[in-house]
Design a protein around this ligand. Structure first.
Ligand code: OXD
Length: 306
């Protein structure tokens, strides 16, 4: 069995993956390079050229959760794409979103501003009930985030394309459901996949439907957000603040308005990193399942886009 790995245009990036996959699948011939006659591909940020010579590919494993960039390529027809399911990312996402929510809920943003002017002033505690949180997307990563926030005592609602039921989380779906979620939300968390339906979803109208003075957290994709509308909502005070782990064009250039905006906390797409040991285990298990003819978790439905 041959496995080809590609992690961007620099072959050195693939080296640790090749080593770990060889250790996990000792009978496989694992190489960095293009697809050629490989049976399986393991990729992240692979260029189109990697797939162009594929002759007998049986599955493509994405070493990440979002497959928008991969699905935008011309992939060999009919070859299944499998993405990582959690693999340690759910816990990281929960940590990131919890800290972002607590930063505002416990007024750490205000205390940081006060420290810069040596002001010792306490603010009265807030009640969790006044901070309902709405999560867009309740997938493999959205659910652990929803549960972590719920455990802290926040009311949590989620929005999905199709109906879902989760204990203790209010679930909305469809266009109408989105309106219900937004009108009751004080902190909106974006955890959606990037698809034609979700591109530019977060615009002035959507932000304007949130409770006045709401906060926005984006740990998904920058392309969901109309950045000029987000800045306008912050500047008008309609939105009180935003914590953004992503932006439309990454990396954000020196002059990007997000860097200097007083209402924005910007981090460089680090909310949930791919953890190689967990990812390699999951990919090796997935290859094993396909070899046996068993179903493999994380299989992408291309018509749906995730
Ligand atoms: C992912 C990401 O999709 O890192 O895994 O953005």
């Amino acid at each position: 069995m041959k496995i080809a790995c590609c992690f961007g245009t620099d072959p050195a990036q693939a080296a640790p993956w090749v080593a770990d996959l060889r250790a996990a699948l000792p009978h496989a011939d694992v190489q960095a390079g293009d697809c050629g006659d490989a049976d399986y591909a393991v990729v992240w940020r692979a260029p189109q050229a990697f797939f162009d010579g594929a002759t007998r590919l049986r599955a493509i494993f994405a070493a990440g959760a979002g497959v928008d960039a991969l699905l935008a390529l011309r992939l060999p027809a009919g070859v299944p794409v499998v993405r990582l399911e959690d693999a340690g990312m759910g816990a990281q996402m929960a940590e990131y979103v919890v800290q972002a929510v607590l930063h505002r809920f416990r007024s750490f943003d205000r205390y940081a501003r006060q420290q810069s002017v040596s002001r010792w002033q306490a603010h009265p505690p807030e009640s969790h009930a006044d901070w309902p949180i709405g999560i867009l997307g309740l997938g493999t990563l959205g659910v652990p985030v929803a549960r972590a926030l719920r455990q802290l005592g926040f009311p949590v609602a989620g929005w999905t394309r199709t109906p879902r039921t989760l204990h203790d989380i209010t679930c909305h779906h469809g266009r109408e459901g989105l309106g219900h979620l937004l009108s009751g939300t004080r902190v909106l968390v974006d955890m959606l996949p990037l698809t034609p339906d979700t591109r530019d979803l977060i615009d002035g109208a959507l932000l304007g439907a949130l409770r006045p003075g709401a906060y926005f957290i984006n740990v998904a994709r920058g392309e969901h957000v109309v950045e000029a509308d987000l800045l306008a909502a912050l500047d008008s005070g309609r939105l009180a603040g935003a914590t953004l782990d992503v932006c439309r064009n990454e990396p954000a250039g020196e002059g990007h308005p997000f860097w200097a905006h007083p209402g924005i906390v910007l981090t460089p797409h680090i909310a949930a990193a791919t953890l190689r040991p967990q990812a390699v285990r999951q990919i090796a298990d997935g290859i094993g399942a396909l070899e046996r003819g068993d179903p493999v978790p994380g299989r992408v439905r291309p018509e749906r886009g995730y």
